[in-house]
Design a protein around this ligand. Sequence first.
Ligand SMILES: [Zn+2]
Ligand SMILES: [Zn+2]
Length: 147
Amino acid sequence: MSDLLERLRRRGWRMTAQRRVVAEVLDGEHVHLTADEVLARATARLPEISRATVYNTLGELVSLGEVVEVSSVGRAKRYDPNAHSAHQHLVCAGCGTVRDVHPEGDPLAGLPEAERFGFTVTAVEVTYRGLCPVCGAEENPVEAGDA
Ligand SMILES: [Zn+2]
Ligand SMILES: [Zn+2]
């Protein structure tokens, strides 16, 4: 659950009309938009908003730690307002839909000391890839073992 606007209000973030629209576009659950998607949605709400303001605001929200950048190989960076609850991502290889998921147990349990090479591990990022129900239904049934 994202409460981005509420968090920003609480910390006294300077909320102009333009900056507010960027925060509103990002607020919500399972939101992982690219910068261009944020720009398109912000422009739909506030046509006079500038690209520079959108990009600068995104950068500021990231440096404040209220929005997290999610990088995915081969795809544009996405902006995630779910910044304060540890979670992993389930990504559709078809349409790019991203869901926040919360695996059970200690995420480090699967990595034995011998595999840590002396590192002190401070964060774990796991990406589960596959097809969402919509894309899965569009695929024709494939013969098993024909991967
Ligand atoms: Zn999909
Ligand atoms: Zn997320």
